[in-house]
Ligand binder design. Sequence first.
Ligand SMILES: Cc1cc2nc3c(=O)[nH]c(=O)nc-3n(C[C@H](O)[C@H](O)[C@H](O)COP(=O)(O)OP(=O)(O)OC[C@H]3O[C@@H](n4cnc5c(N)ncnc54)[C@H](O)[C@@H]3O)c2cc1C
Length: 495
Amino acid sequence: MRVAVVGSGFAGSLLARVLKVQGHDVVLLERGTHPRFAIGESSTPLANLTLERLARRYGLDDCYDLAAHGRWVARFPEVRRGLKRGFTFYRHHPGRPFEADGTRTERLLVAASPNDQVADNHWLRADVDHHFVRAAVAAGVEYRDRTEVTAELLKTLGAEFVVDASGPGGFLARQLGIPSALHRMHTRAGLLFSHFDRARLFAEVVPGLPAGPYPDDWAAVHHLIDEGWMYSLRFDHGVTSAGFLLRERVPGTPEQMWRHLLRRYPTIGALFCDAQPLMPLAFKPRIQHRLTRAAGKGWAMLPHAFAFVDPLFSTGIAWSLRAIERLAGCFENGGLPPTAADLARYDALLSREADQIDWLVAGAYHAMARFDLFAAHSMIYFAAVSFAEIRQRVGVRPDENHAWSGFLGVGDAVLGGLPRASLRRLAHVRSPADRREFIHWVSRSIAPRNVCGLANPAAHHRYPVDLDVLLQRHQVLGMSRESLVSALPALRGFS
Ligand SMILES: Cc1cc2nc3c(=O)[nH]c(=O)nc-3n(C[C@H](O)[C@H](O)[C@H](O)COP(=O)(O)OP(=O)(O)OC[C@H]3O[C@@H](n4cnc5c(N)ncnc54)[C@H](O)[C@@H]3O)c2cc1C
Protein backbone atom coordinates (compact mmCIF):
# COMPACT_ATOMS: atom_id res chain seq x y z
CA MET A 1 0.00 0.00 0.00
CA ARG A 2 1.22 3.54 -0.72
CA VAL A 3 1.53 5.46 2.56
CA ALA A 4 2.54 9.10 2.96
CA VAL A 5 4.00 10.20 6.30
CA VAL A 6 3.95 13.97 6.74
CA GLY A 7 6.70 15.22 9.06
CA SER A 8 10.12 13.66 9.63
CA GLY A 9 10.73 14.13 13.34
CA PHE A 10 11.97 10.94 14.99
CA ALA A 11 8.39 9.68 15.18
CA GLY A 12 7.46 10.14 11.51
CA SER A 13 10.82 8.80 10.32
CA LEU A 14 10.67 5.73 12.56
CA LEU A 15 7.09 4.88 11.60
CA ALA A 16 7.93 5.36 7.90
CA ARG A 17 10.83 2.91 8.30
CA VAL A 18 8.71 0.33 10.11
CA LEU A 19 6.03 0.52 7.40
CA LYS A 20 8.71 0.07 4.75
CA VAL A 21 10.07 -3.00 6.55
CA GLN A 22 6.53 -4.36 6.56
CA GLY A 23 6.54 -4.10 2.77
CA HIS A 24 4.55 -0.92 2.23
CA ASP A 25 5.52 1.73 -0.29
CA VAL A 26 6.30 4.78 1.87
CA VAL A 27 6.96 8.42 1.11
CA LEU A 28 8.18 10.67 3.95
CA LEU A 29 7.52 14.37 3.44
CA GLU A 30 9.21 17.16 5.36
CA ARG A 31 8.74 20.89 4.96
CA GLY A 32 12.15 21.67 6.50
CA THR A 33 15.45 19.88 6.35
CA HIS A 34 17.78 17.92 8.67
CA PRO A 35 19.69 18.42 10.88
CA ARG A 36 17.39 20.91 12.57
CA PHE A 37 16.78 22.05 16.12
CA ALA A 38 13.87 20.42 17.95
CA ILE A 39 12.70 20.39 21.52
CA GLY A 40 11.42 17.40 23.54
CA GLU A 41 14.51 15.58 24.63
CA SER A 42 14.11 13.56 27.80
CA SER A 43 13.39 9.86 27.34
CA THR A 44 12.07 7.35 29.90
CA PRO A 45 12.15 3.61 30.67
CA LEU A 46 8.81 3.03 28.95
CA ALA A 47 10.08 4.77 25.82
CA ASN A 48 13.13 2.53 25.80
CA LEU A 49 11.07 -0.60 26.30
CA THR A 50 9.04 0.29 23.22
CA LEU A 51 12.20 1.00 21.22
CA GLU A 52 13.50 -2.43 22.17
CA ARG A 53 10.24 -4.12 21.15
CA LEU A 54 10.24 -2.30 17.80
CA ALA A 55 13.88 -3.32 17.34
CA ARG A 56 13.07 -6.97 17.93
CA ARG A 57 9.91 -7.11 15.85
CA TYR A 58 11.18 -5.21 12.80
CA GLY A 59 14.92 -5.96 12.95
CA LEU A 60 15.97 -2.37 13.81
CA ASP A 61 19.18 -3.01 15.71
CA ASP A 62 20.01 0.71 16.02
CA CYS A 63 16.80 1.18 18.04
CA TYR A 64 17.94 -1.50 20.47
CA ASP A 65 21.26 0.27 20.99
CA LEU A 66 19.62 3.69 21.37
CA ALA A 67 17.49 2.30 24.22
CA ALA A 68 20.25 2.34 26.87
CA HIS A 69 22.95 4.88 27.61
CA GLY A 70 25.91 2.47 27.56
CA ARG A 71 24.93 0.81 24.29
CA TRP A 72 24.19 4.19 22.70
CA VAL A 73 27.61 5.65 23.59
CA ALA A 74 29.42 2.50 22.42
CA ARG A 75 27.62 2.24 19.08
CA PHE A 76 26.71 5.83 18.15
CA PRO A 77 29.15 8.18 19.93
CA GLU A 78 28.54 10.84 17.26
CA VAL A 79 24.78 10.99 18.01
CA ARG A 80 24.78 13.35 20.95
CA ARG A 81 22.76 12.57 24.07
CA GLY A 82 22.80 13.08 27.83
CA LEU A 83 22.84 10.56 30.62
CA LYS A 84 19.49 10.45 32.41
CA ARG A 85 19.38 8.48 35.65
CA GLY A 86 16.05 9.69 36.96
CA PHE A 87 13.74 12.57 37.82
CA THR A 88 15.04 15.36 40.09
CA PHE A 89 12.76 18.05 41.57
CA TYR A 90 13.61 21.10 43.71
CA ARG A 91 11.20 23.67 45.16
CA HIS A 92 12.54 27.23 45.05
CA HIS A 93 11.11 30.29 46.80
CA PRO A 94 11.38 33.92 45.61
CA GLY A 95 14.32 35.81 47.05
CA ARG A 96 15.66 32.81 48.99
CA PRO A 97 18.55 30.54 48.05
CA PHE A 98 17.64 26.86 47.93
CA GLU A 99 18.21 25.41 51.36
CA ALA A 100 19.89 22.07 52.12
CA ASP A 101 17.98 21.22 55.29
CA GLY A 102 18.70 17.57 55.94
CA THR A 103 15.67 15.36 55.56
CA ARG A 104 13.40 18.44 55.26
CA THR A 105 15.11 19.55 52.03
CA GLU A 106 12.52 20.31 49.33
CA ARG A 107 14.07 17.88 46.89
CA LEU A 108 12.62 14.74 45.30
CA LEU A 109 14.79 12.20 43.50
CA VAL A 110 13.27 9.18 41.77
CA ALA A 111 15.77 6.87 40.10
CA ALA A 112 14.74 5.35 36.78
CA SER A 113 17.73 3.02 36.42
CA PRO A 114 20.27 1.29 38.69
CA ASN A 115 23.42 2.38 36.80
CA ASP A 116 24.74 4.49 33.91
CA GLN A 117 25.12 1.57 31.52
CA VAL A 118 21.40 0.80 31.31
CA ALA A 119 20.19 4.36 31.98
CA ASP A 120 17.87 6.47 29.83
CA ASN A 121 19.02 9.38 27.66
CA HIS A 122 18.17 12.92 26.79
CA TRP A 123 18.02 12.94 23.01
CA LEU A 124 19.81 15.81 21.26
CA ARG A 125 17.01 15.96 18.75
CA ALA A 126 19.02 17.56 15.93
CA ASP A 127 21.25 14.46 15.90
CA VAL A 128 18.68 11.83 16.83
CA ASP A 129 16.03 12.93 14.33
CA HIS A 130 18.70 13.15 11.63
CA HIS A 131 19.76 9.60 12.49
CA PHE A 132 16.18 8.32 12.16
CA VAL A 133 15.66 10.08 8.83
CA ARG A 134 18.86 8.60 7.42
CA ALA A 135 17.91 5.15 8.69
CA ALA A 136 14.50 5.49 6.99
CA VAL A 137 16.16 6.43 3.70
CA ALA A 138 18.63 3.54 4.04
CA ALA A 139 15.65 1.19 4.52
CA GLY A 140 14.19 2.36 1.20
CA VAL A 141 11.73 5.06 2.29
CA GLU A 142 11.32 7.75 -0.38
CA TYR A 143 12.18 11.02 1.38
CA ARG A 144 11.38 14.51 0.16
CA ASP A 145 12.43 17.48 2.24
CA ARG A 146 11.80 21.21 1.70
CA THR A 147 8.38 20.14 0.51
CA GLU A 148 5.16 22.11 0.82
CA VAL A 149 2.66 19.30 1.33
CA THR A 150 -0.78 19.84 -0.18
CA ALA A 151 -3.79 17.62 -0.89
CA GLU A 152 -2.83 17.89 -4.54
CA LEU A 153 0.68 16.61 -3.90
CA LEU A 154 -0.62 13.66 -1.87
CA LYS A 155 -2.91 12.76 -4.75
CA THR A 156 -0.06 13.03 -7.27
CA LEU A 157 2.05 10.78 -5.06
CA GLY A 158 -0.73 8.20 -5.04
CA ALA A 159 -1.06 8.14 -1.24
CA GLU A 160 -3.73 5.67 -0.11
CA PHE A 161 -3.17 6.39 3.56
CA VAL A 162 -1.76 9.52 5.25
CA VAL A 163 -0.04 9.59 8.63
CA ASP A 164 0.25 13.05 10.15
CA ALA A 165 3.55 13.27 12.03
CA SER A 166 3.82 17.04 11.68
CA GLY A 167 3.61 17.73 15.42
CA PRO A 168 2.12 21.11 16.27
CA GLY A 169 2.40 21.84 12.52
CA GLY A 170 -1.15 20.43 12.42
CA PHE A 171 -1.09 19.33 8.77
CA LEU A 172 -4.21 17.15 8.73
CA ALA A 173 -6.10 19.35 11.15
CA ARG A 174 -6.00 22.04 8.48
CA GLN A 175 -6.53 19.74 5.51
CA LEU A 176 -9.53 17.97 7.05
CA GLY A 177 -10.85 20.86 9.13
CA ILE A 178 -10.62 18.88 12.36
CA PRO A 179 -11.88 21.03 15.23
CA SER A 180 -9.69 21.87 18.19
CA ALA A 181 -10.51 20.40 21.60
CA LEU A 182 -8.20 22.76 23.46
CA HIS A 183 -11.13 23.84 25.64
CA ARG A 184 -11.00 20.36 27.26
CA MET A 185 -7.55 21.00 28.64
CA HIS A 186 -6.90 22.09 32.20
CA THR A 187 -3.20 22.78 31.65
CA ARG A 188 -2.16 26.18 30.45
CA ALA A 189 1.44 27.39 30.22
CA GLY A 190 3.81 29.42 28.09
CA LEU A 191 7.42 28.46 27.39
CA LEU A 192 10.66 30.47 27.60
CA PHE A 193 13.58 28.37 26.34
CA SER A 194 16.94 27.87 24.68
CA HIS A 195 20.02 25.64 24.76
CA PHE A 196 22.89 26.89 26.94
CA ASP A 197 26.61 26.48 27.36
CA ARG A 198 28.22 26.57 30.81
CA ALA A 199 25.28 25.97 33.12
CA ARG A 200 26.63 24.96 36.53
CA LEU A 201 25.92 21.74 38.43
CA PHE A 202 23.46 21.91 41.31
CA ALA A 203 25.93 20.26 43.70
CA GLU A 204 28.47 23.05 42.98
CA VAL A 205 25.93 25.73 43.82
CA VAL A 206 24.25 23.99 46.77
CA PRO A 207 26.84 21.89 48.59
CA GLY A 208 25.92 19.62 51.49
CA LEU A 209 22.86 17.91 50.07
CA PRO A 210 22.15 14.45 51.51
CA ALA A 211 23.41 11.75 49.14
CA GLY A 212 20.82 10.68 46.57
CA PRO A 213 20.37 7.49 44.56
CA TYR A 214 22.23 9.08 41.59
CA PRO A 215 24.04 12.39 40.92
CA ASP A 216 21.23 14.97 40.94
CA ASP A 217 22.16 16.66 37.68
CA TRP A 218 22.27 13.53 35.50
CA ALA A 219 18.51 13.45 35.32
CA ALA A 220 15.55 15.41 34.07
CA VAL A 221 15.90 18.28 36.53
CA HIS A 222 12.74 20.19 37.46
CA HIS A 223 12.90 23.47 39.37
CA LEU A 224 9.46 24.25 40.83
CA ILE A 225 8.76 27.97 41.29
CA ASP A 226 5.72 30.10 42.13
CA GLU A 227 5.08 30.88 38.46
CA GLY A 228 5.33 27.29 37.22
CA TRP A 229 8.50 25.28 36.73
CA MET A 230 11.77 25.04 34.83
CA TYR A 231 13.34 22.02 33.14
CA SER A 232 17.08 21.55 32.80
CA LEU A 233 18.48 18.66 30.76
CA ARG A 234 22.24 18.24 30.58
CA PHE A 235 23.83 16.62 27.54
CA ASP A 236 27.09 14.70 27.79
CA HIS A 237 28.98 17.31 25.71
CA GLY A 238 28.18 20.07 28.23
CA VAL A 239 25.20 21.77 26.59
CA THR A 240 22.04 22.17 28.71
CA SER A 241 18.50 22.42 27.35
CA ALA A 242 16.52 24.63 29.72
CA GLY A 243 13.15 26.31 29.74
CA PHE A 244 10.61 27.91 32.05
CA LEU A 245 6.97 26.81 31.85
CA LEU A 246 4.99 29.82 33.04
CA ARG A 247 1.29 30.00 33.97
CA GLU A 248 1.25 33.74 33.32
CA ARG A 249 3.37 35.78 31.00
CA VAL A 250 6.18 37.65 32.74
CA PRO A 251 6.46 41.15 31.20
CA GLY A 252 9.28 42.07 28.83
CA THR A 253 11.28 40.53 26.02
CA PRO A 254 12.43 36.92 26.35
CA GLU A 255 15.85 38.14 27.60
CA GLN A 256 14.20 40.40 30.19
CA MET A 257 11.92 37.57 31.32
CA TRP A 258 14.92 35.25 31.66
CA ARG A 259 16.94 37.79 33.69
CA HIS A 260 13.94 38.59 35.89
CA LEU A 261 13.40 34.91 36.80
CA LEU A 262 17.11 34.34 37.45
CA ARG A 263 17.17 37.34 39.82
CA ARG A 264 13.98 36.24 41.58
CA TYR A 265 15.24 32.69 42.27
CA PRO A 266 18.85 33.10 43.45
CA THR A 267 19.88 29.44 43.18
CA ILE A 268 18.58 29.18 39.62
CA GLY A 269 20.36 32.48 39.04
CA ALA A 270 23.61 30.98 40.33
CA LEU A 271 23.18 27.88 38.15
CA PHE A 272 22.75 29.94 34.99
CA CYS A 273 24.74 33.12 35.78
CA ASP A 274 27.57 32.21 33.37
CA ALA A 275 25.40 30.29 30.92
CA GLN A 276 25.32 31.54 27.34
CA PRO A 277 22.27 30.83 25.18
CA LEU A 278 23.37 29.00 22.03
CA MET A 279 20.45 30.50 20.13
CA PRO A 280 18.23 33.45 20.98
CA LEU A 281 15.86 32.89 23.91
CA ALA A 282 12.34 32.39 22.62
CA PHE A 283 8.90 32.65 24.25
CA LYS A 284 5.73 30.81 23.17
CA PRO A 285 2.64 32.14 24.96
CA ARG A 286 0.77 28.80 25.03
CA ILE A 287 2.23 25.43 24.12
CA GLN A 288 -0.82 23.18 24.60
CA HIS A 289 -2.80 21.90 21.64
CA ARG A 290 -5.48 19.25 21.30
CA LEU A 291 -7.73 18.05 18.50
CA THR A 292 -11.07 16.23 18.53
CA ARG A 293 -9.96 13.26 16.40
CA ALA A 294 -6.75 11.29 15.91
CA ALA A 295 -7.73 8.87 13.14
CA GLY A 296 -10.32 8.19 10.45
CA LYS A 297 -10.72 6.44 7.10
CA GLY A 298 -7.40 6.69 5.28
CA TRP A 299 -5.58 8.73 7.89
CA ALA A 300 -4.10 8.76 11.41
CA MET A 301 -2.12 11.18 13.53
CA LEU A 302 0.83 10.52 15.78
CA PRO A 303 0.36 11.89 19.31
CA HIS A 304 2.31 15.11 18.88
CA ALA A 305 0.10 16.06 15.93
CA PHE A 306 -3.02 15.21 17.96
CA ALA A 307 -2.26 16.74 21.37
CA PHE A 308 0.46 18.17 23.53
CA VAL A 309 0.13 19.03 27.21
CA ASP A 310 3.43 19.93 28.88
CA PRO A 311 6.98 18.57 29.26
CA LEU A 312 6.36 17.74 32.94
CA PHE A 313 7.01 14.01 33.51
CA SER A 314 8.58 13.63 30.03
CA THR A 315 5.59 11.88 28.47
CA GLY A 316 5.98 12.88 24.79
CA ILE A 317 8.62 10.48 23.45
CA ALA A 318 7.23 7.43 25.26
CA TRP A 319 3.69 8.20 24.10
CA SER A 320 4.82 8.75 20.49
CA LEU A 321 6.73 5.47 20.43
CA ARG A 322 3.77 3.57 21.90
CA ALA A 323 1.54 5.01 19.17
CA ILE A 324 4.04 4.02 16.48
CA GLU A 325 3.91 0.47 17.79
CA ARG A 326 0.09 0.51 17.67
CA LEU A 327 -0.15 1.98 14.18
CA ALA A 328 2.49 -0.45 12.91
CA GLY A 329 0.29 -3.25 14.26
CA CYS A 330 -2.74 -1.79 12.45
CA PHE A 331 -0.78 -1.95 9.18
CA GLU A 332 -0.06 -5.65 9.58
CA ASN A 333 -3.26 -6.37 7.68
CA GLY A 334 -2.24 -8.41 4.67
CA GLY A 335 -1.38 -5.34 2.58
CA LEU A 336 -4.79 -3.80 3.18
CA PRO A 337 -5.31 -0.46 4.96
CA PRO A 338 -5.88 -0.56 8.73
CA THR A 339 -9.43 -1.61 9.53
CA ALA A 340 -12.04 0.90 10.67
CA ALA A 341 -12.21 -0.93 14.00
CA ASP A 342 -8.46 -0.67 14.54
CA LEU A 343 -8.45 3.03 13.72
CA ALA A 344 -11.40 3.68 16.02
CA ARG A 345 -9.59 1.88 18.83
CA TYR A 346 -6.43 3.92 18.15
CA ASP A 347 -8.41 7.17 18.12
CA ALA A 348 -10.28 6.38 21.35
CA LEU A 349 -7.14 5.37 23.23
CA LEU A 350 -5.17 8.45 22.20
CA SER A 351 -8.05 10.63 23.33
CA ARG A 352 -8.23 9.00 26.76
CA GLU A 353 -4.47 9.22 27.11
CA ALA A 354 -4.39 12.92 26.22
CA ASP A 355 -6.98 13.51 28.97
CA GLN A 356 -4.94 11.43 31.41
CA ILE A 357 -1.74 13.38 30.77
CA ASP A 358 -3.66 16.64 31.11
CA TRP A 359 -5.21 15.67 34.47
CA LEU A 360 -1.88 14.50 35.78
CA VAL A 361 -0.02 17.64 34.72
CA ALA A 362 -2.80 20.04 35.74
CA GLY A 363 -2.85 18.40 39.17
CA ALA A 364 0.90 18.83 39.41
CA TYR A 365 0.59 22.56 38.67
CA HIS A 366 -1.97 22.88 41.47
CA ALA A 367 0.23 20.92 43.83
CA MET A 368 3.38 22.95 43.10
CA ALA A 369 2.34 25.54 45.67
CA ARG A 370 3.42 23.10 48.42
CA PHE A 371 6.32 20.72 47.98
CA ASP A 372 4.77 17.91 50.07
CA LEU A 373 1.61 18.04 47.94
CA PHE A 374 3.62 18.01 44.73
CA ALA A 375 5.76 15.08 45.87
CA ALA A 376 2.61 13.14 46.82
CA HIS A 377 0.75 13.88 43.58
CA SER A 378 3.79 12.95 41.48
CA MET A 379 3.73 9.49 43.09
CA ILE A 380 0.69 8.73 40.93
CA TYR A 381 2.84 9.19 37.84
CA PHE A 382 5.71 7.15 39.25
CA ALA A 383 3.40 4.36 40.42
CA ALA A 384 1.78 4.13 36.97
CA VAL A 385 5.02 4.06 35.00
CA SER A 386 6.97 1.78 37.34
CA PHE A 387 4.11 -0.73 37.52
CA ALA A 388 3.85 -0.76 33.71
CA GLU A 389 7.61 -1.00 33.31
CA ILE A 390 8.06 -3.95 35.66
CA ARG A 391 5.06 -5.78 34.17
CA GLN A 392 6.49 -5.34 30.71
CA ARG A 393 10.02 -6.35 31.70
CA VAL A 394 9.19 -9.48 33.64
CA GLY A 395 6.33 -10.48 31.33
CA VAL A 396 3.66 -10.89 33.99
CA ARG A 397 1.29 -12.11 31.26
CA PRO A 398 3.37 -13.46 28.37
CA ASP A 399 0.50 -13.03 25.88
CA GLU A 400 -0.14 -9.36 26.81
CA ASN A 401 0.10 -6.89 23.91
CA HIS A 402 1.91 -4.00 25.55
CA ALA A 403 1.45 -1.71 22.57
CA TRP A 404 -2.25 -1.46 23.36
CA SER A 405 -2.01 -1.20 27.12
CA GLY A 406 -3.13 2.26 28.17
CA PHE A 407 -0.41 4.85 28.80
CA LEU A 408 -0.16 6.22 32.37
CA GLY A 409 -2.68 3.79 33.80
CA VAL A 410 -5.47 4.41 31.27
CA GLY A 411 -7.82 1.44 31.50
CA ASP A 412 -6.31 0.17 34.75
CA ALA A 413 -8.94 -0.43 37.43
CA VAL A 414 -6.79 1.14 40.15
CA LEU A 415 -4.68 3.76 38.40
CA GLY A 416 -7.05 4.82 35.64
CA GLY A 417 -9.09 7.28 37.67
CA LEU A 418 -6.35 8.62 39.95
CA PRO A 419 -4.99 11.62 38.00
CA ARG A 420 -8.50 13.08 37.65
CA ALA A 421 -9.45 12.30 41.24
CA SER A 422 -6.22 13.88 42.44
CA LEU A 423 -6.81 17.05 40.44
CA ARG A 424 -10.30 17.33 41.97
CA ARG A 425 -9.05 16.75 45.50
CA LEU A 426 -6.18 19.19 45.14
CA ALA A 427 -8.65 21.97 44.34
CA HIS A 428 -10.05 21.58 47.88
CA VAL A 429 -6.81 21.27 49.86
CA ARG A 430 -6.51 24.28 52.17
CA SER A 431 -5.24 23.48 55.64
CA PRO A 432 -2.28 21.42 56.91
CA ALA A 433 -4.81 18.74 57.91
CA ASP A 434 -6.12 18.67 54.29
CA ARG A 435 -2.55 18.25 53.10
CA ARG A 436 -1.90 15.34 55.43
CA GLU A 437 -5.13 13.70 54.35
CA PHE A 438 -4.25 14.18 50.66
CA ILE A 439 -0.83 12.59 51.17
CA HIS A 440 -2.42 9.60 52.93
CA TRP A 441 -5.02 9.31 50.18
CA VAL A 442 -2.32 9.09 47.49
CA SER A 443 -0.43 6.50 49.47
CA ARG A 444 -3.55 4.36 50.00
CA SER A 445 -4.71 4.77 46.42
CA ILE A 446 -1.51 3.67 44.71
CA ALA A 447 -0.84 0.81 47.18
CA PRO A 448 -2.33 -1.94 44.95
CA ARG A 449 0.12 -0.94 42.16
CA ASN A 450 3.06 0.29 44.22
CA VAL A 451 5.87 -2.07 43.21
CA CYS A 452 8.71 0.29 44.15
CA GLY A 453 7.99 1.44 47.68
CA LEU A 454 6.82 4.89 46.59
CA ALA A 455 5.11 7.39 48.94
CA ASN A 456 7.21 6.16 51.84
CA PRO A 457 7.87 8.91 54.45
CA ALA A 458 11.01 7.06 55.59
CA ALA A 459 12.53 7.50 52.11
CA HIS A 460 12.65 11.30 52.63
CA HIS A 461 11.81 11.83 48.94
CA ARG A 462 14.78 9.77 47.70
CA TYR A 463 13.86 6.62 45.79
CA PRO A 464 16.58 4.34 44.43
CA VAL A 465 15.89 1.34 42.21
CA ASP A 466 15.58 -1.28 44.96
CA LEU A 467 15.38 -4.96 44.10
CA ASP A 468 14.60 -6.02 47.66
CA VAL A 469 11.54 -3.78 47.78
CA LEU A 470 10.39 -5.19 44.45
CA LEU A 471 10.75 -8.77 45.65
CA GLN A 472 8.83 -7.96 48.84
CA ARG A 473 6.00 -6.70 46.63
CA HIS A 474 5.74 -9.68 44.31
CA GLN A 475 2.04 -9.98 45.12
CA VAL A 476 1.37 -6.52 43.67
CA LEU A 477 2.42 -8.05 40.34
CA GLY A 478 0.32 -11.14 41.00
CA MET A 479 3.47 -13.28 41.02
CA SER A 480 4.98 -15.63 43.56
CA ARG A 481 8.33 -14.59 45.00
CA GLU A 482 9.97 -17.53 43.23
CA SER A 483 8.58 -16.69 39.80
CA LEU A 484 9.63 -13.06 40.23
CA VAL A 485 13.14 -14.14 41.23
CA SER A 486 13.38 -16.31 38.13
CA ALA A 487 12.20 -13.37 35.97
CA LEU A 488 14.80 -10.98 37.40
CA PRO A 489 17.35 -11.35 34.59
CA ALA A 490 14.83 -9.49 32.43
CA LEU A 491 15.15 -6.44 34.66
CA ARG A 492 17.74 -4.12 33.24
CA GLY A 493 20.97 -3.79 35.11
CA PHE A 494 20.37 -6.76 37.37
CA SER A 495 21.26 -9.54 34.96
C1 LIG B 1 8.86 22.49 25.58
C2 LIG B 1 8.72 21.06 25.28
C3 LIG B 1 9.48 20.16 25.97
C4 LIG B 1 9.31 18.80 25.77
N1 LIG B 1 10.03 17.95 26.51
C5 LIG B 1 9.86 16.64 26.37
C6 LIG B 1 10.63 15.74 27.14
O1 LIG B 1 11.48 16.13 27.93
N2 LIG B 1 10.40 14.41 26.97
C7 LIG B 1 9.48 13.94 26.09
O2 LIG B 1 9.30 12.73 26.01
N3 LIG B 1 8.77 14.79 25.31
C8 LIG B 1 8.93 16.11 25.43
N4 LIG B 1 8.22 16.97 24.64
C9 LIG B 1 7.35 16.40 23.61
C10 LIG B 1 8.15 16.07 22.33
O3 LIG B 1 8.66 17.27 21.83
C11 LIG B 1 7.29 15.39 21.30
O4 LIG B 1 6.71 14.25 21.83
C12 LIG B 1 8.12 14.99 20.08
O5 LIG B 1 8.76 16.11 19.52
C13 LIG B 1 7.26 14.34 19.03
O6 LIG B 1 8.04 14.07 17.90
P1 LIG B 1 7.40 14.06 16.44
O7 LIG B 1 8.43 13.47 15.54
O8 LIG B 1 6.06 13.44 16.51
O9 LIG B 1 7.09 15.57 16.09
P2 LIG B 1 8.03 16.83 15.91
O10 LIG B 1 9.30 16.67 16.65
O11 LIG B 1 7.19 18.02 16.24
O12 LIG B 1 8.37 16.84 14.35
C14 LIG B 1 7.43 17.26 13.41
C15 LIG B 1 8.12 17.38 12.04
O13 LIG B 1 7.14 17.69 11.08
C16 LIG B 1 7.58 18.73 10.24
N5 LIG B 1 6.40 19.44 9.73
C17 LIG B 1 5.56 20.26 10.41
N6 LIG B 1 4.57 20.68 9.61
C18 LIG B 1 4.78 20.10 8.41
C19 LIG B 1 4.10 20.14 7.17
N7 LIG B 1 2.99 20.88 7.00
N8 LIG B 1 4.59 19.43 6.13
C20 LIG B 1 5.71 18.69 6.28
N9 LIG B 1 6.40 18.62 7.42
C21 LIG B 1 5.93 19.31 8.48
C22 LIG B 1 8.45 19.58 11.15
O14 LIG B 1 9.37 20.36 10.39
C23 LIG B 1 9.15 18.51 12.00
O15 LIG B 1 10.32 18.04 11.37
C24 LIG B 1 8.38 18.33 24.81
C25 LIG B 1 7.65 19.25 24.06
C26 LIG B 1 7.80 20.59 24.30
C27 LIG B 1 6.98 21.55 23.49
